[in-house]
Design a protein around this ligand. Sequence first.
Ligand SMILES: Cc1cc2nc3c(=O)[nH]c(=O)nc-3n(C[C@H](O)[C@H](O)[C@H](O)COP(=O)(O)O)c2cc1C
Length: 222
Amino acid sequence: MAHYLIFLGSIRTSTPPAPARLGERVAQACLRLLSSLPDTTAEIIDPLTLDLNGPFKPHFAYAKAVVPDDLDALADNIEQADGYVMVSPEYNHSMSPALSHLLNHFGASLFAFKPSAIVTYSMGQWGGARAAVSMRAFLSELGCLPVSAMIHIPKAQEALHDDGQFAQEQERWESYFGRTLGQLTWWAEAAKAHKAEQDPTMLSPAFNTSPAQRNAPATKKS
Ligand SMILES: Cc1cc2nc3c(=O)[nH]c(=O)nc-3n(C[C@H](O)[C@H](O)[C@H](O)COP(=O)(O)O)c2cc1C
């Protein structure tokens, strides 16, 4: 059994542009299709259910005894999950700030050695493809390597109903999603099985004091 987290990358409740929060439809479609796979469970992580306002303070910046409960519960959930679906709208040709803000709250070691799938959408004709390119770099740095196939949904307001069902060409959409989700689940199962044989942190320890731990040795002038 493998479990996946679907990060919903929008907190936009206002209009215009209407309709608001198309991301709910996209996340619902991902949930439905992932959950329909054998031995697979999934859940949506909705940033609107977390209080991330105020000064930025990531999970790892709190003393253990005072971490807010919801942040701590999500950190556990991220650590336990086998893979991730990152759903992002395109905002100004970039990844959603709501998604990067949410993910920035958690250390890379929680995501590491697990795969992710990039799912973008927009009201326009490119389906968030420009945002998706930068997501590869972001997710690679987080340690959850994105699989090669990506999902882009142009005119998501027409492609999807409120409940995440496709408005037309259901079979073609499902096959399109299926390729990416198939890659995600294949890699997740492979990583899980191999992790049981070899602890990856023995080869690549987590950075637990400073990102400078990854630096190349400095050359000193003689
Ligand atoms: C600040 C902002 C920037 C946007 N930039 C783009 C863009 O670069 N490309 C695009 O196709 N749509 C863009 N849109 C339109 C979004 O695709 C559309 O509003 C979509 O519904 C956003 O997803 P959401 O409803 O889940 O927040 C933008 C919308 C907003 C609010």
